[in-house]
Design a protein around this ligand. Structure first.
Ligand code: HEM
Ligand SMILES: Nc1ncnc2c1ncn2[C@@H]1O[C@H](COP(=O)(O)OP(=O)(O)O)[C@@H](O)[C@H]1O
Ligand SMILES: [Mg+2]
Length: 413
């Protein structure tokens, strides 16, 4: 049998599909016989085919790129090609033949040869045989032999393309798999950060509270004209910053399920503004708050809603020019939903910032954590709401949050 050899069969054209293809182009025993009978004469042309074949490759810079092993590799390939051509005329085109030929497509994918070369390369092979063997076109037997040769070359092309396709499919699969793995590693990584942040926050929080209390006592005991007052204020400011950062990280990495209670919206802004009062950005701007209809309430996690508004108002203040105004309002459109709107006329966002603003760790600020808006989104998601924004460079930003007034997600993790 001419197609014997140690060939690993790794998918590609399946022998059964090959039989169907042969049937499809009506390639049968007669064609096999035609090729066998053509063999003697055709084999004499193999050196010329190989010459032509490699002559064209050597003249094509792109094709040559796949030969990274220099002359030695090309010499080896000439032998491989000779063997391949011998098999064309072996007269047996069954399972062994398909298996042996299936590896070829894989080899070409491996070396990075674009698939379209297969068609033109096959054309070169065909032309040499045709030019030398066609001769007298009235020779019916010769025409049948050539027709069989053409049929087989097309079948070979089909086998090679099936292997190409398989290799590409495998590549895509591998890429998808690694994307999933990457996501998993990211999730594990985040879980680890979560644990680390939780323990770190715990370690930091208590001493921080102690320091804060002690400093407060010192400040209270100070005379108004004490020259150390500004230093103490600075220390308090830094303590607040540290406290906020730790809280942010903790909230981001380990969101706590909302503990919903019904509470009025009227004085929520006052509390938020009082928490933020030490923030330098807040000292430069004015704030306005419209609590919506008298007596409006919401069923939600109060601390989380405070945190949400705090982040939004702080962002707005940081984006605003000195003397700018940040407006926050509650709009109640119906019984089920309410909307928080936080509006500033500050620097606004370029489209590329707007696209990434909710991404964790994305920040354009020197001292930003990039967690503010991603925490907001988590809180809003946990309350079954939506958050989105409108922003234009140099015009300002409006952030809108729609929240259901009575329902919150119960499957929050
Ligand atoms: C009718 C078209 C072609 C046929 C029948 C053919 C045949 C083969 C065969 C039988 C192999 C060995 C497969 C293996 O290692 O398992 C191979 C490998 C290879 N072919 Fe082709 N080939 C064709 C077109 C091309 C073209 C157009 C190029 C370059 C432009 C090319 C470059 C290569 C290279 C670089 C290898 C790998 C060599 C190595 O592993 O050292 N082939 N080809
Ligand atoms: N009101 C706003 N005006 C302009 N840009 C904003 C506003 N709010 C958020 N951004 C942009 O979105 C980025 C991400 O915000 P955020 O998640 O709160 O993180 P951080 O405030 O720590 O940077 C900010 O760095 C800023 O570029
Ligand atoms: Mg922020």
């Amino acid at each position: 049998m001419c197609a014997a050899g140690i060939w690993a069969y790794t998918g590609g054209m399946n022998p059964k599909a090959f039989e169907l293809l042969k049937h499809y182009i009506e390639f049968g025993d007669e064609d096999a016989e035609n090729l066998r009978s053509l063999g003697e004469e055709a084999r004499g042309l193999i050196p010329e085919v190989v010459e032509q074949f490699y002559g064209r490759i050597l003249a094509d810079a792109e094709a040559m790129q796949v030969f990274t092993g220099g002359e030695a590799q090309i010499a080896r390939q000439r032998d491989v090609m000779r063997g391949w051509l011998e098999d064309v005329f072996c007269g047996e085109y069954g399972t062994e033949y398909v298996k042996k030929r299936t590896e070829i497509g894989h080899a070409h994918v491996r070396v990075g040869l674009p698939q379209h070369y297969m068609f033109t390369a096959m054309e070169i092979v065909w032309r040499v045989f045709f030019d030398r063997l066609a001769g007298d076109s009235t020779d019916a037997n010769r025409n049948r032999q050539l027709s069989s040769l053409h049929g087989l070359l097309m079948l070979d092309l089909a086998i090679m393309l099936a292997s190409y396709q398989e290799s590409y499919t495998e590549q895509v699969r591998r890429r998808e798999r690694s994307a999933v793995e990457e996501k998993l590693t990211r999730a594990e990584h985040l879980a680890e950060i979560g644990q680390l942040a939780a323990s770190l926050a715990h370690e930091i929080k208590n001493p921080l509270a102690g320091i804060s209390g002690a400093i407060q006592i010192i400040q209270d005991a100070m005379r108004d004209d004490d020259p150390h007052r500004p230093i103490i204020s600075e220390v308090i400011g830094q303590i607040h910053r540290l406290d906020a950062t730790v809280k942010d990280l903790l909230l981001y990495a380990r969101p706590i399920p909302p503990q919903a209670t019904s509470f009025p919206l009227a004085n929520i802004a006052a509390r938020v503004l009082s928490i933020l009062r030490e923030e330098p950005a807040m000292l430069r701007i004015r704030t306005e708050f419209d609590p919506g209809p008298v007596g409006a309430t919401i069923h939600a996690d109060e601390a989380q809603i405070e945190h949400l508004l705090m982040n939004l108002i702080l962002n707005a203040a940081q984006a605003s020019p000195a003397g700018g105004i940040v407006r926050t309002r509650v709009e109640v459109h119906d019984r089920e939903w309410l909307r928080f709107v936080v509006e500033d006329h500050g620097v606004g966002m370029a489209p590329e910032v707007r696209d990434r603003a909710f991404e964790a760790f994305f920040t354009t600020k020197a001292k930003g954590t990039g967690l503010g808006l991603s925490i907001c989104r988590k809180i809003v998601d946990a309350h079954n709401g939506t958050i989105w924004l409108d922003s234009e460079r140099d015009r300002g930003t409006t952030v809108m949050v729609d929240l259901p007034r009575n329902k919150i997600k119960d499957d929050f993790e």
